[in-house]
Design a protein around this ligand. Structure first.
Ligand code: 5AD
Length: 484
């Protein structure tokens, strides 16, 4: 059977999409090739968020094509995901060796299309059309390539984004917001838990807008029943649907659809931890803040993309909150959960960002004291309003601001991580450390990685460890003090 190799660029949503495509192909009899060199099909799952990510994938495909066309002309080459969606046919015009361009609403057709190409029935396929219902098709899991072993899993709950931040290409690459139903999501989570998964991360481009546009208790529910063998899960979930069934986006007992989803997932027996990403700060209403207090499985961790500390820039970005509102959310979260880990995304050099605006981002960073932050140099994206705004910031200044912000983030991060030394903390053990497979790695509830000397039998366990040392955004636990 053909071997497939998938390389993934970008975010966790992309990781999840690659996993679903791989699982789908394995179910159809494909094998997973250990490298490009050993593959009959090479797929690049792409990211468009910055130009750099696109250029990396294009460069990679050029190298692969040059090699493959010389030595192994029958190998099938494909782009999928965000850049495939936004560039479509243009990619084949630029790189004629590419056989398949698969958009973000078409992952579930990967196997059929590859079969057709491999069988010689079709030469090239470009499919980037919108497909209603595609949000419910990312559901097959490959747990560590082995259905028995994975401790953590990602579950896609919605697709797309309607926030239209002026810098962002996501509305183009992922389309309008579409949410899966609660019964459908709960059934998938239950199935994962029955296979040994202990921690689930709910994924979407803007998870706090989950269910704003559809009836989350009924949409696709009957389809889910057909799909999942765990019929009981669905019956249980449906029984909890408020009666009479509500309309799109309805708030129930003061709870937004996203918080209703958290409640439903929280009830799954055997599930230990719930995470989610990525939320929008404006979605942090009191119902979500209270959820951290009410739901013990919802871990003390929040990724809150702030993007800028300047109200003027936030407005130009169309973010929908002010600096003060953002700081208010952080304060409330810390009042509810003092140990909560808070991370963020920040863009430096947005068009029109002055030195004073940037100083405000620096001061916000110091005020919040983020546990970590992902810093992005602003990148012009086609067809986005910011790309046309006056005052585009020269690369040199963007780089310089990046360095200054990074220094601040690293200093604060170091203090925050050092503060863990000597503390006991609970971790969920995920498996061998990637850097050093002789050691194990786990995560604290506040989402910090802890490396320790343990053994395979610790995998999947919740352990108390004592933190002995802190490295760069990593903690180390003392094996002698591990509770056995
Ligand atoms: N330029 C730079 N960074 C961007 N991001 C999104 N669009 C752009 C862009 N045009 C960043 C934001 C977002 C993260 C995933 O990527 O910070 O939160």
């Amino acid at each position: 059977m053909p071997g497939v190799f998938i390389k993934t660029y970008g975010c966790q949503m992309n990781e999840r999409d690659s996993e679903a495509v791989a699982a789908q192909l394995v179910a159809k009899g494909y094998t997973l090739a250990p490298s490009e060199a050993a593959a009959d099909v090479i797929l690049l799952n792409t990211c468009s968020v910055r130009d750099f990510a696109e250029q990396k994938a294009i460069g990679k495909m050029q190298n692969i094509a040059a090699d493959v066309r010389k030595n192994r002309p029958d190998v099938v080459l494909g782009f999928m995901g965000c850049m495939a969606q936004s560039r479509g046919q243009e990619l084949i015009d630029k790189l004629p060796d590419v056989d398949l361009v698969l958009g973000t609403q078409k992952f579930h057709h990967a196997a059929d299309y590859l079969d057709e190409i491999l069988a010689g029935r079709r030469d090239k396929i470009v499919d980037v059309a919108a497909e209603p219902g595609s949000e419910a098709t990312i559901r097959e899991h490959l747990l560590n390539g082995n259905a028995q072993k994975s401790v953590t899993a990602f579950v896609s709950i919605m697709q797309g984004c309607n926030q239209y931040c002026t810098f962002c290409i996501v509305p183009d690459t992922r389309g309008e917001e579409r949410s899966r139903s609660i019964p459908d999501i709960v059934a998938e989570c239950r199935q994962l838990v029955s296979q040994g998964v202990k921690e689930i991360t709910l994924l979407g481009q803007i998870v706090t807008s989950y269910g704003k546009r559809e009836n989350i208790w009924t949409a696709a529910a009957s389809e889910a029943r057909r799909r999942f063998s765990d019929n009981d899960a669905l019956v249980v979930a449906e029984a909890k649907a408020p009666s009479p069934l509500r309309s799109a986006g309805a708030v129930q007992n003061g709870k937004s659809p996203f918080v209703q989803l958290l409640d439903a997932v929280h009830e799954i027996e055997g599930l230990e931890r719930i995470r989610f990403t990525a939320p929008h700060p404006k979605g942090y209403g009191d119902d979500l803040i209270q959820a951290y207090a009410r739901l013990p499985k919802l871990v003390e961790s929040a990724h809150l993309p702030v993007q800028s500390g300047s109200d003027r820039v936030l407005k130009l970005m169309h973010r929908g909150y002010t600096r003060e509102r953002f700081l208010g959310i952080v304060k409330k979260l810390r009042r509810t959960k003092p140990d909560i880990g808070i991370t963020t995304d920040i863009i430096v050099g947005f068009p029109g960002e002055t030195e004073d605006d940037f100083e405000q981002t620096l001061s916000l960073t110091r005020e919040v004291r983020f546990d970590n932050a992902y810093i992005f140099k602003y990148s012009q994206r086609r067809d986005t309003p910011a790309a046309e705004m006056p005052g585009q910031v020269p690369l040199k200044i963007r780089e310089e601001r990046n360095q200054r912000l990074l220094k601040t983030i690293n200093e604060i991060g170091k203090q925050k991580y050092d503060a863990f030394i000597g503390r006991r903390t609970q971790i969920l053990v995920e498996g061998p450390s990637k850097k050093n497979p002789a050691r194990l790695t786990g995560r604290t509830r506040c989402n910090k990685i802890v490396v320790f000397d343990g053994s395979e039998r610790h995998r999947g366990q919740l352990l108390d460890v004592k933190i002995t040392r802190a490295g760069s955004f990593t903690l180390y636990g003392d094996p002698a003090i591990v509770n056995l």
